[in-house]
Unconditional design. Structure first.
Length: 725
């Protein structure tokens, strides 16, 4: 068995697998076989070191990655994974909290509220405390609260400043958290916050988990936030057997709390760690890797390393200069048609990456026109669709009768004659009595505002839910779901809608039923028992669109560069490679922001298996204005010998010789820059006010500056009219 575990590994992978004791940092470059290394390391611990699966914890960032690891352990090494904890931070914490619920402000059957639920809850909270949404944008407030929770700051520890927001933020945070608790609910950030606080405050509980998990492995360590760092540190602090795997060159999530410092300072947090660099890339051609290495070498905050491969050079990177975003979409569409029709390339082997979601609209329009099938990855999560969330709300209420949010969603869906006025009276009655809505139904005889018929309808609804609870006690989850759909006639509701949308919603409900059957089958295979409603709800709350992406459909994949992380495709298009998009105009305030944007471009490039195509436009429409745009400064970080350049500005889709190799344009320099002006410099214009230079171009004797003004306007100005601040 040991030889089977080690024989297919390269030297660095083998070193990472057999170094099992003490703190270990594995710097795993893009395409270096990271998942394989982790799987073989777990197998080595169990088979060679005789470590019980019960004593191993492996944390990943997606359910997809966790499931892939478990499948490989079973199929390749015949390891019983029943007692092995492999999953995401959130799923691990949810599992711990359900076991240790006596220490929580919520009970074991708590509801996990997703992003959409949180927005609805915050809307209600602001109403409760008489604050206007216009002054306190919901997404912004939720983001601030999320940041506090990720830093392990609870509402009673929240520091208040004298700003307009500061005076009310603690009040909003407190009201929001108490609203969650009243509904016996938590949000995603609470899962980590409550778990880490539990470990910090209950030493006996922490020691119990430390003794269980003698070996801790953390994947994608460059993406951990402070709460995740503390979770791992506390668990591993007794036995010190912590192995973290990651790549600081692929740290691209600071906007959601990830701290690159966790991986850069690992040797400060842990005493004399073993640092292993895995740099052999098995994915991309040599030319793409050389270009990516040149790009990322311009970052200062990184562990020095350089990817290499035994693969061949591959083709030059194709670089397309286009007129505008519409023309860019035409060029991309025609190239895809050429790949598919002339070279017999499957559409599923092609992916398009862009910096912002809005860039997909023009591409989608062109693909529809040219009959190219596509999918948006990271768009609307299947489980976020209204018809699916309606069914999930029934399951949530069955599992957690204090869940007022779910009660309100389904009490009159499908319609059962309970109007808004009756619901308002029930809400007021429940609030006056300090009851949950479900419990309040039993006492409605004393509610004079409700008619007798309304009271009866509420009771019929409650009895139906009680009936589902009894079914849940004796029937598997997939049978419960079918019973809910049959009894409520939700499927019939959509089936009788003759519109295409109605048919689609009915199909989605059927797909949901199929997904519960599949979940039950997989759960039984792994755990040798039927899943409980709680186990299913926990799984359901933590899935993502990436986890359920249908990679087998023969369609082109469109996604943001952030969503491309962890994926790979034979043919990759990076569109909109322009200053203002990549790097993004909102990420030019600091060197750290620019470096993260460069890492994002690096991630996009290194998804490529065979060929890489990059495009930029000479102008692009922003809101109601068309503005000049310039090639991304990141292109100048790469030696031009890696590019085959195409000037497509005179190309139209009717051209017979598409695409024409550009024989005139020899470079794509951003222009000779005058030393007086620098990108990022603060300047002032007498009409437009103060702003920041985004790019500099020399046109004859003139120096033209593209400036992002504080007013939000983006202007191209001759330098003579600009004062440096």
């Amino acid at each position: 068995m040991p030889s089977q575990i080690l024989e297919t590994l390269n030297d660095k992978q083998r070193e990472a697998v057999i170094t099992t004791e003490g703190p270990v940092l594995i710097l795993a470059g893009a395409g270096s076989g990271k998942t394989r290394c982790i799987v073989h390391r777990i197998a080595y611990l169990i088979s060679e070191k005789k470590v019980s699966p019960h004593n191993i914890l492996a944390v990943t960032f997606t359910n997809k990655a966790a499931n892939e690891m478990k499948e490989r352990l079973q199929s390749q090494f015949n390891i019983n994974i029943r007692y092995l904890w492999v999953g995401t931070f959130h799923s691990m914490c949810a599992r711990i909290l359900r076991t240790e619920s006596q220490y929580l402000p919520v009970t074991q059957n708590y509801t996990i509220y997703d992003d959409i639920d949180q927005q609805r809850i915050m809307k209600n909270v602001l109403k409760e405390i008489n604050l206007a949404e216009t002054n306190f944008p919901i997404k912004k407030i939720l983001n601030i609260i999320s940041q506090q929770k990720n830093n392990l700051v609870e509402y009673d520890e929240f520091s208040i400043d004298d700003s307009y927001y500061g005076k009310y933020l603690q009040k909003i945070y407190e009201a929001y958290q108490k609203y969650l608790i009243r509904n016996n609910g938590v949000d995603f950030d609470d899962l980590l916050l409550y778990t880490v606080k539990l470990f910090m405050n209950q030493k006996d509980v922490l020691e119990r988990y430390q003794d269980r998990f003698k070996y801790v492995m953390i994947d994608e360590y460059q993406d951990t936030n402070f709460a995740q760092y503390r979770f791992a540190y506390l668990l591993a602090n007794k036995h010190k057997n912590i192995c973290v795997v990651g790549d600081d060159d692929q740290s691209i999530y600071s906007w959601r709390g990830a701290n690159i410092g966790n991986i850069l300072s690992f040797d400060d947090a842990y005493d004399k760690p073993r640092i292993i660099r895995m740099t052999q890339n098995y994915r991309s051609p040599r030319r793409v890797l050389s270009a990516a290495n040149e790009l990322i070498s311009h970052n200062e905050s990184r562990h020095k390393k350089e990817l290499w491969t035994e693969k061949n050079d591959g083709k030059d990177i194709s670089l397309y200069n286009t007129q505008n975003e519409r023309h860019e979409a035409i060029v991309i569409s025609q190239k895809i048609i050429q790949l598919h029709d002339t070279h017999d390339i499957s559409l599923k082997d092609i992916a398009i990456f862009y910096r912002t979601n809005v860039q997909s609209r023009v591409l989608e329009t062109q693909f529809i026109k040219d009959h190219i099938d596509y999918r948006i990855v990271g768009g609307v999560n299947f489980f976020q669709r209204k018809e699916i969330k309606d069914i999930i709300a029934y399951l949530r209420l069955i599992a957690n009768l204090k869940d007022n949010e779910s009660f309100l969603r389904i009490v009159n869906f499908p319609k059962r004659g309970i109007g808004k006025t009756s619901i308002t009276h029930l809400l007021e009655f429940a609030a006056d009595k300090s009851y949950s809505l479900f419990d309040a139904v039993d006492s409605l005889e004393s509610c004079d505002e409700l008619s007798s018929s309304a009271k009866e309808r509420f009771k019929l609804f409650k009895n139906m839910i009680f009936g589902f609870i009894e079914i849940a006690k004796h029937q598997p989850i997939n049978e419960l779901v079918k019973k809910v759909i049959d009894t409520t006639e939700i499927l019939d509701f959509y089936r009788h809608d003759d519109s295409i949308e109605g048919e689609s919603k009915a199909d989605n409900i059927r797909e949901f039923v199929a997904s519960t059957d599949e979940f039950a089958e997989n759960f039984i295979t792994i755990h040798d028992k039927e899943p409980s409603l709680q186990e299913y709800m926990q799984n359901l709350s933590l899935v993502s669109d990436i986890d359920y992406a249908d990679i087998d459909r023969d369609v082109v994949s469109l996604m943001t560069m952030h969503n491309a992380k962890g994926l790979e495709f034979p043919y990759v298009f990076i569109v909109g490679a322009e200053d203002g998009l990549i790097p993004h105009r909102n990420s030019m305030e600091s060197t750290g922001d620019i470096e993260e944007e460069r890492r994002l471009f690096y991630v996009a490039m290194t998804r490529t298996i065979k060929e890489l195509f990059i495009s930029y436009a000479q102008s692009r429409r922003y809101f109601d204005s068309t503005l000049s745009s310039f090639p991304s400064r990141f292109l100048n970080d790469i030696n031009k010998s890696h590019f085959q350049m195409f000037d497509m500005t005179n190309f139209h889709s009717s051209n017979e010789n598409y695409p024409k190799r550009n024989t005139i344009k020899k470079s794509f320099d951003l222009g000779t820059q005058d030393d007086t002006y620098k990108v990022g410099q603060r300047v002032e214009h007498m009409s437009f006010g103060k702003g920041r230079i985004l790019s500099i171009r020399k046109d004859g004797e003139l120096i033209k500056l593209t400036i992002s003004f504080d007013s939000g306007e983006l202007k191209k100005i001759i330098s003579d009219y600009i004062k440096i601040l």
